[in-house]
Design a protein around this ligand. Sequence first.
Ligand code: HEM
Length: 343
Amino acid sequence: MSNGVYYSEYLQLDKILNAQTLESDKAGDHAHDEMLFIIIHQSYELWFKQILFEVGSVMEIMSKPNISDNSPDLFTVNHRLNRVITILDVLVQKIDILETMTPLDFLDFRNRLRPASGFQSIQFKVLEAYLGLRMNQRHGKEYYTSQLKPEDKKFIEDTEKTKPLIDLVNEWLERMPFFDEQNLWPDGWNSNTEHPFWKAYQVAYDASLLPAEKNNLHRFETLFLGNEKTTETVLSPRARRAALFILMYRDYPLLQLPFQLINNLLEIDNTLSNWRYRHINMVHRMIGTRTGTGGSTGKDYLQGALNSHYIFKEFAELTSFMIERNKLPKLSAAMSQRLGFDV
Ligand code: HEM
């Protein structure tokens, strides 16, 4: 045998495979399904670690003052976010494995776990904070860090102070150049006058609304045409205009990767909410309406978190302001060329 890397040492299996200590065994009352319960949680935490590694690297790229279209940056961001989505999809399916444990089997050891709970999963909370869930949006925020050790609480609070992915994407969208480039728009436009594209878009959008939807026009004006963002929103009007433009003209080569990025953010919200939904159903089946081991109201708390923890909902809402392709304002030849590959 050669002296190179050795499988079990490289993977440090001595640590991982000796990290399953059953509380029921400690009490001399062995509960068979506790092994499954521990391993499933450990494997979730390992995958959370990988997800944080990917999201952290994406945040590093998005923090650059400028992301050049002529660099691999945006492709890398999308590639890594796609990996995150694939992992999250698998994490949803893994609930099937835990559901082979019946409520009666769970009762054999459940009371020995108090007050430990998924509520104390630091990595899960860090993931939410990295993506952009704010403290004031959290369901049950009074309770949110109360179950944590002081050092974990501080770690989460410090993490929440760093700029999350949603803010970095907002800043990147704000930097989208095209609308400021005078040569791309009809003569006579300058930055002090209303932008001809958005003027035309507003008219086309208004025409697309049913009488019962006319209130949307006012919302469109507030969210897209102002200059200041409101306190309840993360996206600024400038970023929102860029995002809507990307969604509507995504067939142009230069907008394809930006479109994928927005789509990936929505997909992350989608898979995370699928996970929350499956988790709630499992919890309901396992413990009915009993309180959680972490002391929350259990199913009701989790339902509240599902409803209010969509992080990229402002991107999802953009679809309310889309219009049919054949009604879109026509772009000038110069603009069409700007959005294509150089020839
Ligand atoms: C028998 C299976 C499970 C039951 C009965 C259960 C129950 C619960 C309950 C009742 C809560 C609310 C907090 C509390 O009061 O404890 C919770 C939170 C949580 N659980 Fe589970 N859980 C189970 C499995 C899992 C698994 C496999 C994971 C994977 C990591 C997980 C991750 C979490 C997370 C991250 C939270 C916090 C969610 C949030 O604050 O939005 N749980 N769980």
